[in-house]
Design a protein around this ligand. Sequence first.
Ligand code: FMN
Length: 341
Amino acid sequence: MNRLSSLLKIAHPIVQGPFGGGISRVSLVSAVSNSGGLGSFGAHILSPGEIRDVVERIRAQTLAPFSINLWVPQPGEQDLVDLAPHIKRLAPLYARLGVEWTGTVEAAPNFDEQLDSLLDSSPPSISFVMGLPPVWAVERAKIKGIVLIGTATTVAEARVIEASGLDAVIASGSDAGGHRGAFLSPVEESLVGTFSLIPQVADAVDIPVVAAGGVADRRGILAAHALGADGVQIGTGFLATAESGASDVHRKMLASSDAETTVLTRLFSGRHARGIVNSLIRELSAEEGAVPPYPLQNALMQPLRKAAAQLGESDYLNLWAGQAAPLAGRMSAAEYMESLV
Ligand SMILES: Cc1cc2nc3c(=O)[nH]c(=O)nc-3n(C[C@H](O)[C@H](O)[C@H](O)COP(=O)(O)O)c2cc1C
């Protein structure tokens, strides 16, 4: 027990990182929480009603604490963009995979409405990435006793998270898989590795610090605690467990030597995320800076991802993974938790 496990009311200060994009699973969250860690569900694509439903379904599977994660919208993302040149740019890829652009971009769920629904559902904890929750949400969470966790990629972000009244901070090093979510400085200036970031954040804030990025086994946990962290958040390691929503092809790639090479790219979603390098990333690398922001780029890539998933074609999929991916074992979440504890 330490101050993080006391705050979260969990037996072991191990957080299962949330997965966005529809690959979080209630079964994974409940398996981790039932094993004494904190299971987390990534809810950024869910409607307010779906969020209520997920919280209920998790509650039906575990009496232990868990967390729900939301992406904070970033300035300028809702601005209108002329999609025509982007669709034209992607046309050869659509043709190659035999898909057609549907002509419509589905609106992303409204963040304030998601948050309102989530607060009504009163999960034990809510985590945020890519920014800060609004003041009204922090106030409502405090009244309800919901533990709020922010995600920082720099020391400055950790300080702002603490000053905003959040209860704990995830310090996410640039080693981490998936979306990390720098929000104060450009991503290029927010690439501090976990080893450098954790002790600096631990020195800078008084709230509990959760180390994320590159932790996948007991050695990583020991190192994180030695660096001053109160706990760890593991994403890629849990992605490889039986209960995650990772596709077969994603699992296969995580277990292959390809997982030794990951890069940060915004080609799939419009926001920077770390994944295994594949043909699509190499082919479109020159366009990194030109693609429209999230959620537009995410929507434009959706038909390609769907077709590639159906074909089991790893070259066109977003294969999110952190730099420690080769350390991830293939086992159940409970077995993995046991190995970490
Ligand atoms: C497939 C995948 C999806 C992710 N989606 C989210 C997300 O929606 N929200 C979030 O806060 N973090 C997300 N992350 C980050 C993880 O929760 C966690 O912080 C990170 O994976 C830790 O680094 P590691 O991969 O080296 O363990 C994602 C990570 C992966 C691998």
